[in-house]
Every structure is written in structure tokens, then in C-alpha cells.
Design a protein around this ligand. Structure first.
Ligand code: NDP
Length: 246
């Protein structure tokens, strides 16, 4: 099944939201795509079907990114089916908001597990397995710069992801592997919209000078740039994609 003429992109958390848009976009760019998911098996299968219907190649793969052995298996699956991973997009994430003083252990531990350990697990695996010329793109958030109340734990962990991004870019010296992060502003997905009253959604959508929420496709465009030939000289950077919010 392996085809050396195709490059492969592994997108974590690609069953829904921004990850699904990234998977679709990278498939259009000619990548074979591994569509990772944690629980949404049907949604992930739908993303794969859509890519295949447009002539692309994709597979879905269940793995909890917070589990290092799951992540190893995920890379193994990509190797078996597509011959390896050239581009890693660390998109899987969860968001739980509360003031730091009101945050319980579960809020802290689950976000550390997925957003920080999950990113670490895939970065470590990618460091061992990506070939020369590979690309790594991590998802951060513009809240690292905005520092809004109730985002303390979530944004603090994404700040750690940004720091790992810049350090890993240096550690890849000699391998022609770039490591960057994309930091979206408010983007219309379940992660942002669920549980927010409509007036708050409206207020936040007017915050950027472009006066709308981001779409998953807006973010996928930036990831495709970093993963493609035109993005090759960008390395160790955090690209804020937020309509000018910050
Ligand atoms: P969604 O909630 O829409 O989708 C999250 C995705 O992550 C799903 O595919 C989900 O899989 C997957 N996922 C969750 N936990 C795990 C896990 N343990 N292992 C593997 N996959 C997992 O989120 P978004 O698309 O909005 O967010 C994508 C990324 O963008 C996140 O890192 C988020 O922090 C970041 N971001 C989002 C912003 C926004 O406003 N939406 C703004 C700034 C950053 P499943 O369906 O199987 O549960």
C-alpha cells in the first residue's frame, strides 16, 4: 500500500472542528492523511470518506494522544499503511474554563494530559520517526497573548506548547525539519461555541478588526502553508491566526 511519491500527514483530533478541516485541506494538497480521533469513530470515518470521494487517500486511527503507547501505535499504523509520517499536526485538544481559584483537580489533570502530555507524546515520537524535510505544526491559542480570565490553565498549557515548539525547532538542527505553532483566535467549533451564551459569542466575534469568528478553514489554510513548499523558511515561530485580534 505504501507509495513513496506521496507524503503523509498525521493530524491528531481530526474527526471534528479545525482538525477535520486541516485533514481535508492537506488531502487536497496531495498528502495521504491519517485522521486521528479519540472517541468520534463515525465522524472520523466521515472525514476519510469525504477525502476519498475527492480522490485523496486517508485512514482513520483511534488513539488517545495522552497515552504514549497509543501514540506509538498511531505512528506504527501510519507506517504500515502509508510508509511513515512526513508532517505531524498536533491539533487534538480540550478546553475547560474556570478561574484558577475555582478549578478542580480534574479540570487541571485532564487538560495537562491531552493538551500538554498529548503534544509531548507525539513530538517525542515524531523526533524519532520523521524523515529529513519533515514538518511539525502545533496548535496553540491567541489567548496566550490575550490572557483572558478563566483561561488560566488552558492558556498556561498552550504557552508551554509554544515554548516546546521553539525549543524543538532548534533540536531538529541538521534534519531540515521545521517546527512551528499556529495560535488561532476564537474559531467556530464545538470547543469554542459549546456552553457559551449567544451574546458572548456575538461579543467575541466582534473583537477582531475583521469582525467575525475564524472558521476551521481559515486555520487549515495557515497549516497548509506551513506544511507546504512555501512555508519552508518559517521555523520555530508562533503564527497568530485571529483576524487581527491581537
Ligand atoms: P473540537 O472540540 O472541535 O475538536 C477537538 C478534536 O480533538 C476532536 O477531533 C477530538 O476527537 C480530538 N481529541 C480530544 N481529545 C483527544 C485525545 N485525548 N486524543 C485524540 N484526540 C482527541 O476542537 P477545535 O477544533 O476547536 O480545536 C482544535 C485545536 O485548536 C485545539 O488544540 C484547540 O485548543 C485549538 N484552538 C481552538 C480554538 C477555537 O476557538 N476553536 C482557538 C484556539 C485554539 P473526538 O471527536 O474523537 O473526541
Amino acid at each position: 500500500m505504501t507509495d513513496p511519491t506521496h507524503k503523509t500527514a498525521l493530524v491528531t483530533g481530526a474527526s471534528r472542528g479545525i482538525g477535520a478541516a486541516i485533514a481535508a485541506r492537506l488531502a487536497r494538497e496531495g498528502f495521504d492523511v491519517v485522521v486521528n480521533y479519540a472517541g468520534s469513530e463515525d465522524a472520523a470515518a466521515g472525514v476519510v470518506r469525504k477525502i476519498e470521494a475527492q480522490g485523496g487517500r486517508a485512514m482513520s486511527a483511534k488513539a488517545d494522544v495522552s497515552d504514549a503507547s497509543d501514540v506509538k501505535r498511531l505512528f506504527d499504523c501510519a507506517e504500515t499503511k502509508f510508509g511513515g509520517v512526513d508532517v505531524l499536526v498536533n491539533n487534538a485538544g480540550i478546553m475547560k474554563l474556570a478561574k484558577i481559584g475555582d478549578s478542580d483537580d480534574d479540570l487541571f489533570d485532564t487538560q495537562v494530559a491531552v493538551n500538554l502530555k498529548g503534544t509531548f507524546n507525539t513530538l517525542r515520537e515524531a523526533s524519532a520517526r520523521l524523515p529529513d524535510g519533515g514538518r511539525i505544526i502545533n496548535l496553540s491559542t491567541s489567548v496566550v497573548g490575550l490572557k483572558l480570565e478563566t483561561y488560566g490553565v488552558y492558556a498556561g498549557l498552550k504557552a508551554a506548547v509554544e515554548t516546546m515548539t521553539s525549543i524543538m525547532a532548534k533540536e531538529m538542527r541538521g534534519r531540515n525539519i521545521t517546527v512551528n505553532a499556529v495560535a488561532p483566535g476564537p474559531t467556530a467549533t464545538a470547543l469554542f461555541l459549546d456552553g457559551k451564551p449567544e451574546d458572548l459569542v456575538q461579543k467575541m466575534s466582534k473583537m477582531p478588526p475583521l469582525e467575525r469568528l475564524g472558521t476551521p478553514e481559515d486555520i487549515a489554510n495557515v497549516v497548509a502553508f506551513l506544511a507546504g513548499p512555501d512555508g519552508g523558511w518559517i521555523n520555530g515561530q508562533i503564527l497568530r491566526a485571529n483576524g487581527g485580534l491581537l
